[in-house]
Design a protein around this ligand. Sequence first.
Ligand SMILES: Cc1cc2nc3c(=O)[nH]c(=O)nc-3n(C[C@H](O)[C@H](O)[C@H](O)COP(=O)(O)OP(=O)(O)OC[C@H]3O[C@@H](n4cnc5c(N)ncnc54)[C@H](O)[C@@H]3O)c2cc1C
Length: 626
Amino acid sequence: MNYFLEEYDVCVIGAGHAGCEAALAAARLGMKTAIFTLSLDCIANMPCNPCIGGSAKGQIVCEIDALGGEMGRAADATFIQSRILNKGKGPAVHSLRVQSDRVKYHIYMKRMLESTPNLFIKQGEVTTVDVENGKVTAVRMKLGAVYPCKAAIITTGTYLNGKIHIGELNYSAGPDNVLPSTELTECLKKLGVSMRRFKTGTPARVHKRSIDFSVMERQDGDSEIMPFSFDNEEKLENKGVCYVTYTNAETHRVILDNLDRSPLYSGRIEGVGPRYCPSIEDKIVRFKDKERHQLFVEPIGLDTDEYYLQGMSSSLPEDVQVKFLRTIKGLENVEIMRPAYAIEYDCCDPLELLPTLEFKKIEGLYGAGQFNCTSGYEEAACQGLVAGINAARKISGKSPLILDRATSYIGTLIDDLVTKGCVEPYRMMTSRSEYRLILRQDNAPERLLPIGHEIGLVSDERFARFEADNAALNRELERIKTVTIRPIAEVNKMLVKKGTTPLNSGVRLYELLKRPQLSYADFAPFDTERPQLKVSLVNRLEIEMKYSGYIKIQLEQIEKMRKLEQKKLPADVDYKTVKGLRLEAQEKLNKHKPLNVGQAGRISGVNPADVSVLLIWLAGKGGNDD
Ligand SMILES: Cc1cc2nc3c(=O)[nH]c(=O)nc-3n(C[C@H](O)[C@H](O)[C@H](O)COP(=O)(O)OP(=O)(O)OC[C@H]3O[C@@H](n4cnc5c(N)ncnc54)[C@H](O)[C@@H]3O)c2cc1C
């Protein structure tokens, strides 16, 4: 029996990383918001490695923070160990990564949802989204409740028709054996949404007492910790250690001998897996010549003895898992607490979404997170944030938030999804951005905090602190142009020691800082008038100085890209009528209906010549710039 309960502005289906950000954003923007989850105990759960950030993902977390999202603050408050990855490489790829406390992270986010005004948390399964005249009107629950709403955001993660595979066994379940969501897919198919089936996997969790850490390599966190959140001025400390060990020929032999028992190789798994997070059996088959594979042994919390074995994801049977793990140095006596498994799930075709994450054909229905074909907590959280903001802005009659590729990894990710689509789970990598020198984590506030403030998710107080920081940085950039470093003996001694040419005459500090060997700190003894600058600002100043030439080139490329993005394309055009377009381009453009020439040019099958044809055609129509 169905019964009407409360009415909401926004209903968020799912309380994973996408759902939490979506619901917090919508509620903070004044929408009466309900968030639904199959279990209250799985809010912001990390069913795989409890780690936040990492290559490109660290940048995304800083971007979420700058826009006024929660993930960065949650990660800062609950981490066990923090490290900046890729420090030996250029600043574009420096990425913060923390090992999080899984339970503490869940509690932090649950408390945050509970304490947010306008936000109502409900345990239950959404089975149906009601749509009338192409518009969302309500969501319906398995128990019968109907909640009318103006917008619904689907963030069902890996639960939609979830099926766990371990060796020969498979059964219906969400991650960690919780209940799956079984009815929503059918409803979405009836609404005309194209669904697809993907899969992912996770390694075993093992007991601390069964690990011999003394024979493994120790991996400590950074001594000076950078927070994700620009606002965090607390002194942060590491609370745990990670370890590294390796597979060997015997591990590989056990796995190869049992491949016929893997659901992946026997064809029992139909879903497409993430190429960039292969299972250990995949790695051994694909990289036959590799003598060993690295694995990281990482705590999953401070109040538990469970350890995670990063790099050892598998869907082989449990007995084979025990056997191959016990061949590894330090794991000879390992006790498995949770076996590794693979999970298949349903997700949508993101080509059916607008860059706002709203479905093109169903007004008020949005998708975010793993449901949109991505993999990863950060990828999910940032889409949730954008979908929550856009649902709220649409209801309030405001213009949508569309981030372009040059503003952020978030914009890049969404543009990739809605323009190129996905044939496998999508994970963010720095190589996906053509502007990665601009999309650094140190300058995320500069790129996005003003947008977060304008939207209403960044407070005036926080914005004032950001402006004060910016002013301090700009003053310092101007000041160092006026400071001359003289060729005195101490200066030249330092320069030679750092491996760079000594001075014959005075040189501006501004010029000297362009030398790769030298840091701002090196000149402290010779530049006594300098102001006290925050570490994060010093970091930004050095990057801006050293890479100014490259940054300038990327800014010019961005300018060109933005010009093409401003050339709007009408939604109702039949590209078959545009003379000069190749047949493939006509078909692709008719299928995707890009919003502008920039987006059209990124569709696979549309080449630069087609873009020129579109520009000429638009000019012939009298142009169409914003
Ligand atoms: C086995 C496994 C391995 C993974 N491996 C990796 C990895 O290697 N690397 C990586 O980056 N990521 C990995 N992930 C993915 C990571 O967990 C997800 O990318 C991330 O959690 C997705 O966030 P989300 O918010 O989209 O969905 P989830 O975090 O999955 O949250 C989904 C939410 O939707 C709710 N829900 C679902 N259906 C309904 C419904 N009908 N009604 C009400 N509520 C509903 C659930 O209760 C849950 O709250 C893995 C996940 C699993 C399960």
